[in-house]
Design a protein around this ligand. Structure first.
Ligand SMILES: *[C@@H]1O[C@H](CO)[C@@H](O)[C@H](O)[C@H]1NC(C)=O
Length: 454
């Protein structure tokens, strides 16, 4: 009797959780990268990538009944968030076949649409259960990108977010899937399209999207600082810090989340706008693009430096600098050509001037600016993705934004794409075969990952 009670209780505990499924084996595609030292020597690291949980098949723990079909939760398996996490399992991914994700040595290639799948988001793993984490302060992050096949409306993104290294399975033991299944995502939009947050489903209050057959917006969101190293297609590029009030992942409720998914954009604890440096927006339309100085028809090396005031990895973040290397030539970031805004990097002075001249709310400063961003950069997870934009057709990156803004109003023009050409239905129909390749990731002290100008 006692034994039976024990056994029953063990089983009960085992199923009170966000589960992992095994119908498809989860084999993380290997990806190597380089850890560099001050002397400039680099050693190869053997990592791998994992697909985010949101893209995965979610089915009944006992069988293969969908917990989520199209953009709707199954009411029987998911009557509430806790029951849903108990009843449903995230399954392994066929990276190449289902998601168009392939690796070769130090290169990762993402295909935009494969079968019914649209886009993907992957994280660098240190081992099968743990994301690789980086302290970016007083450090330099470098990679190569081939964005030549990304048209208007697509965004091949390389960025850092302050996810838990274990996907949240330590703080939320109900999450049994962990980093192995790509759980725990958060960013500065406090996204509410995430299917599981803190070990529970996000089914309660879920509103299926009216224009996206795969997604919806749930009652909760998942917030954390975000450092966008590279958001780009062949037409435009930007890098953007987004600080938050908390430097670790936090859950938020409804429209209090703020960000893209909420009615009240600035209601949350994060800065959804960030302080961006897009050369075209800063007045230089011949710096980046096909045939431009930084030529997007060919691969380019992208260097990002996180300088601190005292030159240590515990100092205050003071400057985020950018260099490009192409054909053996180092190209400093473009200088701002906008009257009243100077500099070619992200500093407090640059951000304040830019927000003022462009007449944008300075939420970046309100959320602590560079100082807060720096405090969030000590424990970051690397994200590699390819996506299209159901909220603004990527016009904030590559066209005129806000939509309908006068082209002459400062900061409105971000790229040469015609407004609306990045509409998801159009790009998914026409550019499913578009790919982006990220390769040759290097990380180390300032000056260690590329041949800096003398
Ligand atoms: C754009 O940037 C490049 C590199 O800094 C510079 O040579 C060029 O003059 C700039 N163009 C304009 C229009 O400012």
């Amino acid at each position: 009797m006692y034994q039976r009670a024990l056994l029953f209780s063990a089983l009960w505990t085992a199923v009170q959780a966000q589960q992992a499924g095994t119908l498809t084996a989860e084999n993380h595609p290997p990806l190597t990268w380089q850890q560099c030292t001050a002397g400039g020597s680099c050693t190869e690291q053997t990592g791998s990538v994992v697909l985010d949980a949101n893209w995965r098949w979610l089915h009944s723990v006992q069988g293969s009944q969908n917990c989520y079909t199209g953009n709707t939760w199954d009411a029987g398996l998911c009557p509430d968030n806790v029951a849903c996490a108990t009843n449903c399992a995230l399954d392994g991914a066929d990276y190449r076949g289902t998601y168009g994700v392939t690796t070769s040595g130090n290169a990762l290639t993402l295909q935009f649409a494969t079968g019914a799948n649209i886009g993907s988001r992957l994280y660098l793993l240190a081992d099968d259960e743990t994301y690789q984490t980086f302290n970016l302060l007083n450090s330099e992050f470098t990679f190569d990108v081939d964005a030549s096949r990304l048209p208007c409306g697509l965004n091949g993104a390389v960025y850092f977010v302050a996810m838990d290294a274990d996907g949240g399975s330590g703080r939320y033991p109900e999450n049994r899937a962990g980093a192995r299944y790509g759980t725990g995502y958060c960013d500065s939009q406090c996204p509410r399209d995430i299917k599981f947050i803190n070990g529970e489903a996000n089914a309660e209050g879920w509103t299926p999207s009216t224009n996206n057959r795969n997604t919806g917006v749930g009652g909760r969101g998942s917030c954390c600082p975000e450092m966008d190293i590279w958001e780009a297609n062949s037409i435009s590029t930007a890098y953007t810090p987004h600080p938050c009030e908390s430097n670790t992942q936090t859950i938020c409720e409804g429209d209090n989340c703020g960000g893209t998914y909420s009615a009240t954009r600035y209601a949350g604890t994060c800065d959804p706008d960030g302080c961006d440096f897009n050369p075209t927006r800063m007045g230089n339309d011949s710096f980046y693009g096909p045939g431009s100085l930084v030529d997007s028809t060919a691969p380019v090396t992208v260097v990002t430096q996180f300088l601190t005031a005292d030159g240590t990895s515990t100092g205050a973040l003071s400057d985020i600098r950018r260099f490009y290397v192409q054909n053996g030539r180092v190209i400093a970031n473009a200088e701002s050509n906008v009257a009243g805004v100077s500099g070619n990097s992200i500093t407090t002075e640059f951000c304040n001037a830019q927000k003022s001249v462009f007449a944008n709310d300075n939420v970046f400063e309100q959320k602590g600016g560079l100082q807060a961003m720096g405090e969030g950069l000590t424990d970051m997870v690397l994200t590699l993705s390819l996506w299209d934009d159901y909220y603004a057709s990527m016009m904030w990156l590559d066209s005129v934004y806000p939509e309908g803004a006068d082209r002459n109003s400062p900061g409105a023009v971000r790229g040469t794409c015609e407004p609306g050409v990045g509409e998801p239905q159009r790009v998914e129909a026409q550019f499913g075969s578009a790919t982006v390749t990220y390769s040759n990731i290097k990380f180390g002290p300032i000056g260690s990952t590329f041949q800096a100008p003398a």
